[in-house]
Design a protein around this ligand. Structure first.
Ligand code: AHR
Length: 532
């Protein structure tokens, strides 16, 4: 479960029995308080840098599916819902708070049936097609120009996923040219200008296929590699360095990765900058009704991101010894069965609660700890879908607890990740009739000059924990603590009650090279440490 990068994890035996009794009782979410808080220790190795945390680790994914684009992002310029050029204004205001992230579009599975020319030109004249999902009509009102406008309004970068499943290599190359060629250079560039955008879109990130083992064509890794090479054999750059992303495996399927790269090495080393596995934490339960065992089980699944990164990285290294190719986890998140959607049209929409927020935090901490290996990660999906940051329906809009985690982690953007070692007891629980365990405390740390950001997730469902923080090679002059928690494990924000789960900050009197910090049960904590 935990790779070496988590650091030395010592289980403190003296707490093991109490935890075994206190955890995984199978009861519905509730938080009885019990006895004195046991300890954990965190060593922050300020002198051991890992790599710069790219803001792109906090990226998003927006697909033409259910309510993500239509209703979530696009309401249309004539709508009564406050909008900027047709894009929901409340969403723009919130996405701006996420920093200089990347947004992946138009899919997902949708990308492999999407023909970009359907989404350009006067909106009234655009063709209507069957959508990829449920065969709803895709009106193409939101196309390339609208997406780029959305990204620019939010201060984010676009990532376009090209159609390899039902499209052609030429169609892909022409999309790149349409987006990136300077005005006047080619007929396609002039068509872009005629459609309203003189300035090239300067799209850097391009996905070449999506889930090619599944909805993206059901290829074998070898066949996908052949197609990938054909699509990328010649792609116009137009002064924009292209970052090409190949579709990786379903979860941590090392065999898929090895077979693809074996073919890649034998056949021709087509340009690849990013390798994109997808990993979802699925449940058979319910987004809001779960037992404490299911609470822990979800984190057990989330923590598998650690071994996914380690295994995929090692496999890439067999073929790309200097590691020019980085990981791009361009779909990740929780996936609960239907039942909590706010609008039945919003396929895969789920109500994100405190449990999802902790999954987000555990996963983002994992990415931070691997800042040298992961170039980008995109939670699925931005709005009205799986582990969404926002829910919107008509004129109603709410930020989920997931959003607050992303906002809390913002100080990590652009900072230097430093090594963290966590010692804590494990929490034991039952998953599918078998005993399992997860660490009580996990986290990540980063430094920017005198500012140290430490984020910690405390997974225990009912007891607080006291953590001794030891700063190696440094000392704290001041510490501010921001906490996201709630006494109900399934607490969530609704249109009617939008601030049930929101972070609270306090200025502490903690200081020095060693200090003790209390983490509530079921919480995400950020410590903003001003170093001496
Ligand atoms: O995020 C929903 C779907 O999940 C995406 O379209 C697909 O790539 C994945 O299987």
């Amino acid at each position: 479960m935990n790779g070496p990068e988590i650091g030395r994890r010592v289980v403190l035996q003296r707490f093991a029995q109490a935890l075994a009794l206190g955890a995984g009782t199978g009861a519905l979410p509730s938080r009885p308080s019990r006895g004195a808080a046991p300890e954990a220790a965190v060593d922050v190795r300020l002198g051991e840098p890992i790599g710069t945390i790219k803001p792109a680790l906090y990226s998003q994914f927006a697909e033409h599916i259910g309510g993500v684009i239509y209703d979530g992002i696009w309401v249309g310029p004539d709508s009564k819902i406050p909008n900027v050029d047709g894009v929901r204004r409340a969403l723009v205001e919130h996405v701006k708070q996420l920093g200089k992230i990347v947004i992946r579009w138009p899919g997902g599975c949708f990308a492999d049936k999407y023909h970009w020319r359907d989404g350009i030109g006067p909106r009234a004249l655009r063709p209507r097609r069957f959508g990829r999902w449920r065969e709803e009509t895709e009106t193409n009102q939101f196309g390339t120009h609208e997406f780029i406008r959305f990204c620019r309004l939010c201060g984010t970068e676009p990532y376009l996923a090209a159609n390899i499943g039902t499209g052609t290599a030429e169609e892909f190359q022409q999309w790149v040219e349409y987006c990136n060629a300077p005005a006047g250079a080619t007929t396609l560039a002039d068509e872009r200008v005629a459609n309203g955008d003189r300035e090239p879109f300067g799209v850097h990130y391009w996905g070449v296929g999506n889930e090619s083992w599944g909805c993206g064509g059901k290829f074998t890794p070898e066949d996908y590699c052949r197609e990938y090479r054909r699509f990328t054999e010649w792609v116009p750059g137009y002064n924009v360095p292209l970052y090409l992303i190949a579709a990786g495996p379903n979860g941590n399927d090392v065999d898929w990765t090895r077979r693809f790269f074996q073919k890649w090495a034998d056949y021709a080393r087509a340009p690849i900058q990013g390798w994109a596995p997808h990993y979802y934490c699925g449940t058979t339960g319910h987004a809001l009704k779960f037992t404490t065992d299911q609470w822990y089980e979800m984190f057990h699944k989330a923590l598998k991101m650690e071994s996914l990164i380690a295994d995929q990285w090692r496999t890439l290294g067999e073929f790309d010894k200097e590691h020019h190719i980085k990981l791009v986890i361009d779909e990740w998140g929780t996936w609960h069965p239907e039942g909590t959607e706010i609008n039945k049209r919003h396929l895969f929409e789920q109500m994100g609660c405190l449990r999802d927020a902790l999954v987000a935090a555990l996963t983002l901490d994992t990415f931070n700890r691997h800042a040298d290996k992961v170039d980008m990660a995109n939670i699925a999906q931005l709005v009205n879908n799986l582990q969404s940051l926002f829910l919107a329906d008509g004129d109603r809009f709410v930020a989920t607890p997931n959003f607050h985690v992303f906002a809390m982690y913002r100080p990590h953007h652009g900072a230097q990740a430093v090594r963290l070692e966590v010692e804590s007891a494990e929490v034991s629980f039952q998953a599918a009739g078998r005993a399992a365990a997860i660490p009580r405390v996990a986290g990540s740390a980063s430094r920017q000059g005198k500012a140290l950001t430490l984020t910690l997730v405390h997974t225990h469902a009912s007891e607080p924990v006291e953590v001794t923080i030891r700063l190696r090679d440094g000392a704290a002059a001041a510490v501010q603590q921001t906490v996201l928690t709630h006494e109900s494990l399934n607490a969530h924000n609704t249109f009617e009650l939008p601030e049930v789960v929101t972070p609270k900050s306090t200025v502490t009197d903690l200081k020095g090279a060693t200090f003790v910090c209390k983490l509530p049960a079921a919480s995400v904590t950020r410590l903003d440490v001003r170093l001496v």
